[in-house]
Design a protein around this ligand. Structure first.
Ligand SMILES: Nc1ncnc2c1ncn2[C@@H]1O[C@H](COP(=O)(O)OP(=O)(O)OP(=O)(O)O)[C@@H](O)[C@H]1O
Ligand SMILES: [Mg+2]
Length: 260
């Protein structure tokens, strides 16, 4: 594999499972032997916390790389997961929005610095903040693929159509190579009738774009970050971990990461 596939995990709605998906998908991919770089692009720094990275260990982080203070290679650190490195974030990153505004190529900053990475990764997985801010736009411009986690709730539908329009605009104007690899239902509860209805609507409208795999609501997934561990390591047999393993298989089987 010569170049990295860059996957952005995006939804402007908060709390839909972006970070949980980033952490567990990247961990399962790493267990297949792939070389992974995770980028925490959210000032909340939840992905960094979820991998157990302390605040002290985030001294060199994505913010400094974006403003050009240090090189991107200087902010990569290893994690407890073999084959998986991370670029962390902390609250400093919230200042970036204003700092990018005056720049002419402000949408391309992340894309440019990723090109200067010295080691080759099979996958670079970017966890985005809950907004369609310049940070998220930078991720979408850098990305080859987009994965959209969503909850089966009524209000999710409006958010989804806005997000799909944004991705279309990005494809037209800023990044023609971008492709959606799939919409992932998270915190899925089959017993809830609204879940069923929203799922039906989305599958009817978007068909193939929706993953067959769904991620169930599972308390082990929400406990794992407080131990600084991906759920896959914390409890690889829980229903949530099993679902993320299934999701990874579905992605690899369909060859959607490298196919057209
Ligand atoms: N399948 C699940 N079952 C139970 N809890 C979950 C599940 N997925 C995520 N959670 C929990 O729900 C909360 C939100 O999840 P997460 O942080 O992954 O969402 P997010 O989209 O990254 O949020 P934000 O928009 O704030 O970045 C967290 O407390 C997480 O542990
Ligand atoms: Mg998050």
């Amino acid at each position: 594999m010569s170049t990295s596939q860059i996957i952005a995990i995006v939804n402007q709605k908060g709390g839909v499972g972006k970070t949980t998906t980033t952490i567990n998908l990247s961990t399962v991919l790493a267990t297949t032997g792939a070389n992974i770089l995770v980028i925490d692009l959210d000032p909340q720094g939840n992905t960094s916390t979820g991998f157990g990275v302390s605040q002290q260990d985030r001294k060199n982080n994505i913010y400094q790389a974006l403003i050009g203070e240090i090189s991107i290679n200087q902010c990569i650190i290893t994690t407890q997961v073999p084959n998986l490195n991370i670029i962390t974030a902390n609250t400093n990153l919230s200042a970036i929005e204003l700092e990018l505004v005056p720049l002419k190529d402000r949408e391309y900053v992340l894309s440019k610095i990723l090109k200067s990475l010295s080691s080759t990764y099979d996958y670079i997985i970017i966890d985005c903040p809950p907004s369609l801010s310049l940070l998220t736009i930078n991720a979408l411009v850098a990305a080859d693929k987009v994965l959209i986690p969503m909850q089966c709730e009524f209000y999710s539908l409006e958010g989804l159509s806005h997000l799909l329009k944004t991705i279309e605009l990005i494809e037209k104007n800023l990044n023609p190579k971008i492709k959606i690899i799939g919409i992932l239902f998270t915190m899925y509860d089959k017993r809830n009738r609204l879940t069923e209805q929203v799922e039906e609507d989305v599958r009817r409208c978007l068909g193939d774009l929706v993953f067959n795999t769904t991620i169930p609501r599972n308390v082990r997934l929400s406990e794992a970050p407080s131990y600084g561990q991906p759920a896959i390591l914390y409890d690889h047999k829980c229903s949530g971990s099993i679902a993320y393993i299934e999701l990874t298989k579905e992605i690899l089987d369909k060859k959607i990461l490298y196919g057209e």
